[in-house]
Ligand binder design. Structure first.
Ligand code: AP5
Length: 216
């Protein structure tokens, strides 16, 4: 599958993307995960991105597009990909259209994961993430806890709260989403390529996406 997952912070994009990837081997491409790994590695991109990310703001489009142009040409994308957290601005969406045309890639579907606001706030304050940049498994202290001593059940690394999970940064991320990313719903609706899928249950969302892929 070649799909885009849209949705507010905490809508469950990462959780649904991992389930879809386990299903058919399509690679999950999360711009957030890539950026966090760059920050951890202390690369020039990571150093530039860190201050934007910590305050919950978006990293500039130019940096994201350069990163994604390289990522989408890696051999593992040939069997399919799930774009998680990208595109995030109208500028990125327009640049992505051009990039896909240049690479001769056709998207199957754009999915908007719908979740009520109160659920989103609760999920973001209770989320925990594996600190290993190669794993980044997502946990939740209520719905999917790590081991009793706070370790990742996949790789054994410590499970931590992200730097952008302070109340201030969460509120700023939600505000940034409403201002810069929510307009993408209209962008893809106008193109007739958008499906709205409820993400209250990730498993149900995955089943709906599989169905939509069979009859786009
Ligand atoms: P990113 O990592 O993409 O963060 P986000 O969009 O804010 O999304 P989240 O990862 O917070 O949430 P999610 O929807 O993936 O939810 P999850 O599955 O984890 O980006 C971080 C930062 O990087 C940005 O702020 C920006 O600075 C930068 N960035 C990234 N991409 C960029 C781009 N394209 N352009 C510019 N800047 C960019 O679920 C949340 C929680 O809920 C978890 O605890 C999970 O276990 C739980 N949960 C999920 N589903 C369920 C369910 N059905 N039932 C119960 N619990 C659930």
């Amino acid at each position: 599958m070649k799909i885009i997952l849209l949705g507010a912070p905490g809508a469950g994009k990462g959780t649904v993307a991992k389930l879809l990837s386990d299903f058919d081997g399509s690679v999950q491409i999360s711009t957030g995960d890539i950026l966090r790994a760059e920050v951890k590695a202390g690369s020039p991109l990571g150093k530039e991105a860190k201050s934007y990310m910590d305050r919950g703001d978006l990293v500039p489009d130019g940096l994201i597009m350069k990163m994604m142009e390289e990522r989408l040409q890696k051999p593992d994308c040939a069997k399919g990909f799930i774009l998680d957290g990208f595109p995030r601005t109208t500028g990125q969406a327009e640049a992505l259209e051009k990039l896909l045309e240049k690479l001769g890639i056709r998207l199957d579907l754009v999915v908007n994961l719908d979740v009520p606001k109160d659920v989103i706030l609760d999920r973001l304050t209770t989320r925990r993430t594996c600190a290993n940049p190669d794993c980044q498994e997502i946990y939740n202290i209520k719905s999917k806890p790590p081991t009793a001593d706070g370790k990742c059940t996949r790789c054994g690394s410590p499970v931590v709260q992200r730097a952008d999970e302070t109340e201030e940064a969460i509120l700023f991320r939600l505000e940034t989403y409403n201002r810069k990313t929510a307009p993408l719903i209209g962008f893809y609706e106008r193109e007739g390529r958008l499906r709205h899928v409820s993400s209250i249950s990730s498993q149900t969302a995955v089943e709906e996406i599989k169905k939509a892929l069979k009859s786009p």
